[in-house]
Design a protein around this ligand. Sequence first.
Ligand code: XMP
Ligand code: MG
Length: 184
Amino acid sequence: MMDIKSSMAQIKVHDKMFGPFLSDQDIQQQVRKIAEAINSDYAGLRPMFIAILNGSFMFASDLFKYLTIDAEICFIKLASYKGTTSSGQVITAIGLDVDIIGKDIIILEDIVDTGKTLNEFLPKLLHHQPASMKIAALLHKPEAVKFPIRIDYLGFSIPNKFVVGYGLDYDGLGRNLKEIYQLV
Ligand code: XMP
Ligand code: MG
C-alpha cells in the first residue's frame, strides 16, 4: 500500500517509511539544467537518447520536453541472466532495434548506484560503433560506487540511502510520485 498524506510529508511504501528528499521543483530545475547543457553541447547535431527502463521513464520524458535541438529517443530494458562472466551475470538489451552506428548517443539512467549495470552495458554499446557516447543520470550515489563510471550530465549526488519516486520504485510502487523520497 502506498499512503500519501501530503505532497511532501513522510510516506509509507509497502512496509517502509520514506521522508521527503528532493522536491518536484528541485528535480525540474536540475532536469532543465541538464537539457540546457545538452542543447548547447549538441547544437547542430542530432543525438539519439537511449533511456533505460523502467526507472528512467519520467526523467527521459521531462528532459526531452526541455530539448530545443533535433533529437531521437528510444527506450530499452536491460535484462541480466546467469552467464559466464566473472560476475556470473550477463546483461542484454531488450528493444535496441535502432541502428546506432555513427550516432551521437546519450544514455539516460535514473540512478547510478554501484555502476555495475552501466559497466557491463557500455562496452556492448560501444561495440556497435556510435560516433560518441555520453551518460546523463538524474541521481548518483558516490559512496556506493564499485565500478567507476564517468557521468557526463548529473542531476544530484546523493547519500547511499534507498530512494523512491519520480520513476524509481520500491518493489513496484512509488514510481508515480513527483518528488523523490529517502528511506528513513
Ligand atoms: P547499479 O548498481 O548497477 O544499479 O549502478 C543501478 C540500478 O539499481 C537500481 N537502484 C535503485 N532503485 N532506488 C531505486 O528505486 C534506489 O535507491 C536505487 N539504487 C539503485 C536502479 O534500477 C538502477 O538502474
Ligand atoms: Mg534503472
